[in-house]
Ligand binder design. Sequence first.
Ligand SMILES: Nc1ncnc2c1ncn2[C@@H]1O[C@H](COP(=O)(O)OP(=O)(O)O)[C@@H](O)[C@H]1O
Ligand SMILES: [Mg+2]
Length: 365
Amino acid sequence: MPDDPTVTPPPTCPVAQMLAGVPQLGEDSFRRVVEWSPSAMVMINPEGIMVLVNAQTERMFDYGRAALIGQSVEILVPERVRQHHRGFRAGYFNDPQPRPMGIGRDLAGCRADGSEFPIEIGLNPIATEAGTMVLASIIDITERQRAQLRLEQALREKTVLLNEVHHRVKNNLQVITSLLNLQADYAADPRLRTILAVSCSRVKAMALTHQLLYERKDFSRLQLGDYLERLVQSIRASYRGSGKRIALRLALPDEEVQLDLERAVPCGLLLNELITNAYKHAFPGERCGEIVIELSKKTTDCICFSITDNGIGLPLDTELAQGSSLGLQLVQLFVEQLHGTAEITRQSGTSISICFPHAHPKETP
Ligand SMILES: Nc1ncnc2c1ncn2[C@@H]1O[C@H](COP(=O)(O)OP(=O)(O)O)[C@@H](O)[C@H]1O
Ligand SMILES: [Mg+2]
C-alpha cells in the first residue's frame, strides 16, 4: 500500500522524502481517504489499541465500528496466533518502517464469528502528536487464492493431457513402424525391403522426439543431446553387423542444447538421414572407419552439428537437393525448413555441417 499522504512525518523519515512536493491534506481529507479506501484500514497505537478503522474493516471482519475502536487489534487475528502477533507488534513498534504487502507472508484474519480468511497486510508508521501510530491496510485474498488454485488445477490437467497426447502419438508411430516391418517381411523384392526399412527408420526418428518429450515431462523443448544419444543407439542397432568395423563417437557440449517442438522433428529427421548415410554408404565391403557426430552451440543463437566419416567420400557429382535419391533431397528440405545452412567437406571422407538459428526467425523481434 502507498504511504499515507495526509500526515506530515518527521523530515528524516523515508515517507517524508517520498512525499516531498505532494500537497498537504488536512485531517478531514485524511479521514475521508481512509474511510473510502477499498482496503480495510486500521490505525493502532503503540499499545496495539485500534484508534481508527474504516468502513471496509467493518465489512471485512463483520464487526460494528463501536466494537472495534478501543479494542486490541489482536481480536482481528486468529486466536492460535494472537500471542505471536503481540510479540511481532511490539517488535515492529521498536523500529517502525513502511512494509509493503504480500511477498510470501501467509497471514489470516479472524471475523467476529471466529471464521478465518487469508489476508495480505501493508504497514505504515504514521507520526502524530500523540506519538507514532501504525496504519495497517488489509486486503482479503480469498478470491485471489481460489483463482490461483483453479489456475494451478487447470495447468495440472493440461500437463496430464499433453503427456497423454505425446504418449499416444509415440505409440501410434510405433504401430506404424511395426506395420512397415511386417510388410517388409512379406516383400520378396530386396529393393522394396530397403525402402520399407528406410521409411521405418524415419518414423522411428519422429517417434523418438515424442518419446523424449513424454519421458522428460517437458513438452515445449527437446534436449538435443539426449535425442542424439538415443537416435544413434537405434541406428547402430540396425547396423549391428558393422559394429566392430565402424567406430562411432558422439561429441556433445557440456551445456544442454534445447530445441523447440516445431523444429525438433525436422532436425531429428535430418540427423537420421545423415547418420544413416554414413553407416550405409561410407564403409562399403569390409572397410573400417569412424563416424564422428558433433553437436555445438557456436553462439547463443546458433545450433550447429556435423556428421563426419573417414569413408570412401561422397561422389563428386553428388550435391544436396540435386540427386535423384530422396535422402539428400530431404536433407536440403529440412535445412530450409530450419532456416539453416549446410556445408559439405570432402576431405578423407565426408563431413556435412549444418547450422541453424536457435530461435525461429519469426520469433525474433
Ligand atoms: N557419408 C557418405 N559417404 C559416401 N557416400 C555417401 C554418403 N552419404 C551419401 N552418399 C552417397 O550419396 C547417395 C545419395 O544419398 P541419399 O540421397 O541419402 O540416398 P540413399 O541413402 O537412399 O542411397 C548415396 O547413394 C551414396 O552413394
Ligand atoms: Mg540416405
